[in-house]
Design a protein around this ligand. Sequence first.
Ligand code: HAM
Length: 420
Amino acid sequence: MAKNIQAIRGMNDLLPSQSPAWQYVEGVLRQVASAYSYEEIRMPVLESTDLFKRSIGEVTDIVEKEMYTFDDRNGDSLTLRPEGTASCVRAGNEHGLLYNQTPRLWYMGPMFRHERPQKGRYRQFHQFGIEAFGMPGPDIDAEIILLSARLWKAFGIEDQVELQLNSLASNEARANYRDALREFLRAHEAELDEDSQRRLDSNVLRVLDSKSPQTQAILANAPRLSDYWDDESRDHFEGLCTRLDAAGIRYTLNERLVRGLDYYNRTVFEWVTTELGAQGTVCAGGRYDGLVEQLGGKPTPGVGFAMGIERLVLLLEAQGKIPSSRSTDLYVMAGNAEAELIVLRVAEQLRDGQIGLKVQVHSGSQALKKKLNKADKSGAEYGLVVFMDGGIETYQLKHLRDRDQADQEFTQIDAVIRAL
Ligand code: HAM
């Protein structure tokens, strides 16, 4: 027997039993995005490798060790997108969507990172992302946070997520802070964990993210980023906090929140939950005012976030917040041989008569008892047995979920539709 071919590790099939949850989640995401007048953009999953190197940053985990990069048949280096922001900016620049305009965009789709798979962390995962361009003020930062908060409410998980907020200030302020932090950590170099020692030169801000308790203990006395904030960034951050306060959004200030992608400045935020173990960040984002220019466009500010749909679905499942749904409302079958030829036409009439009705037609000509068994297994609310006798059609409606209810007999299809 031929050997079975398996899916790539960390890349999951979404099975029919799981798709109702995903359809529900995607539906709510679309609805809420459009309630804020955001428009959808779809970008390709493959881009030039340079796009991600130049945006996410050469010395980030994503670019250093997580990208799926290969040369195509022309010898061009291509990469499966590890995130959507860079592609969105590339598309915006390429199609003239950004300059002197204020597009508010959303996207949804698969992203690829070669990480170690575990619960909530996959090699192909899906993001819902928001990006807003051309608006420099804190009002738009607040708007996208309100949009995300509305999503939690719509899903009924507002008590399971917490908003963490920080400002990375201007590039100059951050550079000064980087120097100060490096100088401080240098004095403790030998006590730092290995990753942090390596990052001392390459990406010292990421040391703040270290999971090592010993490194964290050292950081307790380190210089603070907020002491290096420039005045404009401080005003911006206060403007954001005031608007969130006015809208009743709770948040925690987290000075250690620096994010793993290089393009951010000023506002950064994450929505975290304690319900998913180690992979607790369900949504993350911030401002990236230099990115459009860095990728060849005219200077244009931007701000956005992305949420991991797998993590969101896991959280909703854990909280029992996925509404139940059924794939079949009505199971239609022939009751005698003559009716076999007309059941498909009857099902069409039923679909015409009640838009949205989920009708499944039995395939094959087994004994009626077998058909009824299948009808029951389908989970349908009703079964409809169609009879044809000397050219006369009759219908028997069965209440599959409530066997106490008597079958109903009809001679007109319209009457069946009214009875559903
Ligand atoms: P990120 O923090 O790299 O940011 O990813 C955003 C979210 O995607 C994470 O919080 C998490 O929920 C989900 N995610 C990331 N990696 C994985 C994985 N391996 N498996 C499952 N879920 C994952 C960005 O991607 C930025 N582009 C966000 C952004 C948009 N900033 C501004 N605009």
